[in-house]
Design a protein around this ligand. Structure first.
Ligand SMILES: [Zn+2]
Length: 450
């Protein structure tokens, strides 16, 4: 039996692992490479395996860097089944369509190639099967898989595959502690081999206890200035977490300034519908709110703007007001239309709530740029720029070590993946030092016998 590391090896995107049991070829995740141009180009390379020889695909969660190449896999000849949690199955289709829209836009504007089309998405969707957490799924005689809650995004899981009594764990992405709405990460069972993400393998997060009061303070300050509070937010998870906190501040603490708040992202609106469909995925606090009849992703100040026309009407509402819109790093999406209008307004506020990658407009503003170009418009930045620190969707080194440590007795080897080389190597060292377990940081396309 062997594993091929077909993505997210010594980098954080492109998750894809091939487990060849000798009987079945099982692919775990099939994500897009994202980031630099070189990496994005890698998406168009041939897979380091034959797509049509893959028997089954198991998916951990709906982030693009874990599912983005599945329609390409289908285009290249894969015809088997694709298994994931029910929420992930619905979110995946939204994410694929959104990626397709971005790719066709880039194609028309810059001539970039498109990785797949709507036929491939429809075909991929027809192969998807939604399953429940913790109920083992038999894949063949002696081979089964089980999905357990990773607490990373809605519907996210780590997967344990059993092959003739040998258990192999695939971490997917492991969530931070105390994330709103989501349950905490479940414990591993007695896995012998673990492929473990290491995004923050060399980092300890700041305390997030003060998240809600920090949000309130920024909204109050922005309201006092009287302009528009722009919130660029990732449409999946970060937006819903943010709405959850606003709902608490508005309906329970009664402290949120009574300004109109617009959710101006079709993808976020569609994703929010999926959250509402699966209350069984909620953590205790969210369950309690749900049982009292509170729709915690909605409150009286919130207005949904789905169509372009509705979105354009936001301009007619006088400040103070808040607009939550994608993309989270301001590298596209409706937030740019608001940015063109309000970045130069000294009464407006840009509230950064997520990680801003290098090279993005969000990062430039975060670092204090005084003049930026948005859609060909040169804009002088006069608004206030504020950031909420250290809200992360990934567990830090401490959380990862605790999670791995609970099964230190059964573990024989840990492969650190889904991390930059420094992060992956540090987590590998820590696991080895703390627990005496053999660790390894594999390279892209490397094959290991297990
Ligand atoms: Zn993820």
């Amino acid at each position: 039996m062997h594993i091929q590391f077909s993505g997210a090896s010594r980098e954080v995107t492109g998750s894809c692992y091939l487990l060849d049991t000798g009987i079945k070829k099982i692919l775990v995740d099939c994500g897009m490479f994202q980031g630099s141009d070189f990496n994005e180009g890698k998406n168009h390379d041939n897979f380091p395996f034959e797509a049509k020889e893959i028997d089954v695909v198991l998916v951990t969660h709906a982030h693009l860097d874990h599912i983005g190449r599945i329609p390409k896999l289908v285009k290249d000849g894969f015809t088997g089944k694709i298994f994931m949690t029910k929420a992930t199955a619905e979110l995946a289709v939204l994410i694929w369509n959104d990626a397709y829209n971005v790719m066709t836009y880039d194609h028309e504007k810059f001539g970039y190639p498109v990785l797949f089309d709507t036929t491939d998405i429809a075909q991929a969707q027809s192969l998807c099967h939604g399953i429940d957490y913790t109920i083992p799924l038999e894949l063949a005689d002696g081979i089964s898989a089980v999905w357990k809650d990773a607490g990373h995004i809605f519907g996210s899981a780590f997967i344990e595959v059993t092959v003739n009594n040998t258990k192999i764990g695939f971490s997917g992405d492991i969530g931070n502690k105390d994330v709103p709405i989501l349950k905490d990460t479940q414990s591993l069972s007695d896995v012998e081999i673990l492929l473990c993400e290491s995004t923050y393998g060399n980092r300890i997060h700041e305390d997030i206890d003060t998240r809600r009061s920090a949000i309130l303070k920024l909204v109050q300050e922005g309201t006092q200035k009287g302009g528009t509070i722009m919130v660029p937010a990732f449409s999946l998870e970060r937006t819903q977490e943010f709405l959850y906190e606003l709902n608490k501040l508005s309906e329970y603490d009664k402290s949120l300034p009574k300004i109109p708040i617009f959710l101006d992202s079709p993808l976020a609106i569609d994703a929010t519908k999926v959250y509402k469909k699966y209350p069984e995925y909620y953590d205790d606090e969210a369950q309690k709110l749900h049982l009292t009849g509170d729709d915690f992703l909605d409150f009286f100040q919130l207005q949904i703007t789905y169509t372009r026309q509705e979105s354009m009407k936001i301009n007619q509402t006088p400040g103070p007001k808040m607009v939550i819109a994608g993309a989270g790093m301001m590298n596209g999406g409706r937030i740019l239309h608001h940015a063109i209008r309000y970045l130069s307004d000294p009464n407006s506020t840009l509230m950064i709530v997520g990680y801003q990658a290098e090279g993005t407009l969000g990062r430039r503003l975060y670092e204090g740029a005084k003049r930026v170009n948005v859609h060909g418009n040169e804009i002088d930045v006069h608004c206030t720029v504020k950031a909420l620190g250290a809200l992360s969707a990934h567990g830090d080194q401490k959380k990862m070590l605790e999670w791995v440590g609970t099964v230190k007795d059964s573990l024989k080897e840990v492969y650190c993946t889904h991390g930059e080389p420094v992060a992956a190597t540090e987590l590998a060292h820590r696991i080895k030092d703390n627990y005496g377990i053999k660790t390894y940081v594999p390279e892209y396309t490397e094959i290991v016998e297990i």
